[in-house]
Design a protein around this ligand. Structure first.
Ligand code: FAD
Ligand code: UDP
Length: 384
């Protein structure tokens, strides 16, 4: 009889949420992670007294009341609202694309003027589609917002981030960004948004309460690879292709590296996120971490600040896989691996890596709830 009900590979939000739901029901979980800390990509370091998003800025946003109540029930969240600024060759624009952006680009002041200009700029690309749906990111962007926005704010940024021409990228990536004919710089359309005031590590600690946790343990290089001796079921949140020993070929990922430094000034860029949308600048964005939790004059309480430049690159052995590359080859390969995953009845494949999906945090939590409820139908998700 194995000691645990679940062996959970990966202590990111999927694994930790699943562990939380299971332990609340009296099930025994062992959570392992190959990193020396728990939390996956939401883990934070503290530098100069500032919570630093070690694996990239993480802003929690959702319209799912169940998920929002769930996370707020574990740790308090602040009122942070993401309003990134784009820097193109020294010119600044508000994001997402809204009346402020249109005014900065074209000097228009009313929604009617902005709409007319967008329609004018879209016309050529819309005509070229001859009634069909956009099939790639370039077509999608040109028919959504027109040529100026595509060339100044989208094309070079996207090609830096994904390392592929916009014509070879799926349209859905750009549909993440809102387009609004109102003066509203909130990057997200969701009802709820914020950052945990005690940090994401506190959220992860609460989720993992009651589980046994073993860090710096790679599933494939540990005795747990033979997991049936340890647990009745496996929850796997590592890369999908790795689980099957790359039998069908390797999935492509984008990786990100962060150059983090301390600046001897209390307020370096006046905003949490500044995107550099021109190809001349090698990084995609600069994060100034204190702005996630300090507002107004609070920013000046600490005379220093921590900033991170974010560089996007193709995944190589030894790097961290971050973004799935959802082009035709990879989508087909992932589908073939998913078919094999379905033939593993005692294994739950969950999260960004194991599902090979471009997932935000809240949907990852919702998916963990859903998968747990499927396995334990007696536990209603509304009663999390
Ligand atoms: P992960 O957090 O990646 O956790 C997987 C864990 O599995 C890792 O800890 C890993 O070490 C472990 N693991 C892998 N293989 C093994 C193995 N062989 N043995 C043991 N352990 C293993 N979402 C938002 O909602 N808002 C944002 O602002 C946002 N910003 C982002 C910025 C960046 C740069 C990136 C890359 C992602 C961002 N996301 C954001 C998405 C967010 O990071 C994910 O949705 C979420 O962290 C996924 O959780 P997960 O548990 O699926 O994966
Ligand atoms: N994007 C862009 N310009 C920007 C910001 C985003 O063209 O200034 C595009 C880019 O293709 C990116 C997509 O919009 O991949 C989604 O952006 P988001 O900020 O949601 O990406 P993430 O935070 O996941 O990196």
């Amino acid at each position: 009889m194995p000691k645990y009900d679940y062996l959970i590979v990966g202590s990111g939000l999927f694994g930790a949420t699943f562990a939380h739901l299971a332990t609340r029901r009296g099930l025994r979980c062992l959570v392992i992670d190959k990193r020396p800390h728990a939390g996956g990509n939401v883990y934070q370091d503290t530098i100069e007294g500032i919570a630093v998003h070690t694996y990239g800025a993480h802003i929690f946003h959702t319209s799912d009341r169940t998920v929002w109540d769930f996370v707020c029930g574990l740790t308090p969240f602040n009122r942070f609202t993401n309003a990134p600024v784009a820097n193109f060759k020294g010119r600044l624009f508000n994001l997402p694309f809204n009346m402020n952006t249109f005014h900065q680009l074209w000097g228009v002041t009313t929604p009617a003027e902005a709409e007319a200009e967008i329609e004018r700029q879209k016309a050529e690309a819309v005509a070229r589609l001859e009634g069909r749906q956009p099939t790639n990111l370039e077509e999608q962007a040109l028919t959504l917002v027109g040529r100026d926005i595509y060339e100044i704010l989208i094309k070079e940024y996207t090609e830096k981030q994904w390392g592929r021409p916009c014509t070879a990228l799926p349209a859905f990536i750009i549909r993440r960004l809102p387009v609004r004919l109102v003066y509203d710089n909130n990057y997200f359309n969701n009802l709820y948004q914020g950052i945990p005031t005690e940090g994401y590590n506190a959220l992860i600690d609460r989720l993992l309460e009651g589980s046994d946790v073993q860090l710096a343990t790679d599933f494939f290089e540990s005795p747990y690879h033979d997991w049936r001796a340890t647990a009745r079921q496996l929850v796997y949140t590592g890369p999908l292709d790795r689980y099957f020993n790359y039998d069908l070929g390797r999935l492509d990922w984008r990786t990100v590296t962060f150059r983090t430094r301390v600046e001897d000034t209390p307020n370096y860029q006046g905003n949490a996120v500044v995107n550099y949308t021109s190809a001349e600048v090698p990084y995609t964005r600069v994060i100034e971490h204190k702005h996630f939790t300090c507002f107004g004059s609070e920013v000046y309480a600490n005379p220093r600040t921590v900033v991170s430049e974010e560089y996007s690159a193709e995944y190589h052995e030894g790097a961290e896989p971050y973004y799935p590359v959802n082009d035709a080859r990879n989508d087909a390969l992932a589908a073939a691996y998913r078919e094999r995953a379905e033939r593993e009845p005692d294994v739950v494949f969950g999260g960004r890596l194991a599902q090979y999906r471009y997932y935000d945090m809240a949907p990852v939590i919702a998916e963990a709830m859903h998968r747990f409820a499927e396995l334990h139908p007696d536990c209603a998700t509304t009663n999390i």
